[in-house]
Design a protein around this ligand. Sequence first.
Ligand SMILES: [Zn+2]
Length: 229
Amino acid sequence: MPVKVKWFGHSAFAVSIGGKVFLVDPWLKNPKSPVKDLNLGFEPDYIIVTHDHGDHIGDTIELLKKYPRAKAVAIFEIASKIAEELGDPNRVVDGNIGGPIRLGGGYFVVLTTATHSSITGTPTGAVFGREGETVYHAGDTGLTSDMRLIGELYKPVAALLPIGGHYTMGPREAAKAAELIKPKYAIPMHYGTFPVLWGDPEEFKSEVARLAPEVKVVILKPGEEVELE
Ligand SMILES: [Zn+2]
């Protein structure tokens, strides 16, 4: 079954793996997003929050209220804060970096290191999905050699990598990340939302072609969905 990846601009994605839908960093009201309300047309199962800067935690609380089946997955401190805000500890799954979190039905999330900052707790990335069908969302991060281990261990079908520069990796660093991770597909994110996020996806693509020609770069438009086999 193909893994379906839909980009809402910035770092916000919906990823469908088998019957489960993962929303990641759902700042759905970002300036580039085609979604002006939160009517998604589908029910998310999990909302992964990499860190609690506004451009990542985004519309998580509102989405959890709107979609009662969904659970937030985040590092302990952020998950606790979300649970407190909702007044319901059953709406979150808390974890910590490096510990595989079993979600049932063979699905799992592993929070990964991200060299960044956050208001609460520690920022992360996330590997999620099920055996043979995993996706790595790097969150906001600089380049780290940990990415090689993520590639070796979880063999992600796709790596969603920030390329905007300034606060995260730029195109050059993200291309090196793609070389370390060796996913089948690399999808750039966290660029172009504001002028300061200067990274150019075409530059990323040509750098990946040079460093890791086996990795296919897929540049999405906000609102676009792609099926990855
Ligand atoms: Zn960010």
